[in-house]
Design a protein. Structure first.
Length: 65
């Protein structure tokens, strides 16, 4: 038997964590964008692309939740 209080608590915790990860990711993206624009360094652009994918993946996980 599944304890519905635990499931609800886990859901709420996971949802809040996803929100926090997305917000931190968005903040980090702003910095990464500035660095990539200023340096035009290929690695900075590569890191930015990876960060965009990671934030998008977390957002997808939130929607799946």
């Amino acid at each position: 038997m599944i304890d519905s209080d635990n499931v609800k608590g886990d859901y709420d915790y996971s949802r809040e964590t996803y929100y926090q990860l997305i917000e931190k990711g968005k903040e980090s993206l702003e910095l990464a964008i500035r660095i990539a624009e200023e340096t035009e360094h290929p690695r900075a652009i590569e890191v930015l692309a990876g960060m965009i994918k990671n934030v998008s993946d977390v957002n997808d996980k939130l929607m799946d939740l």
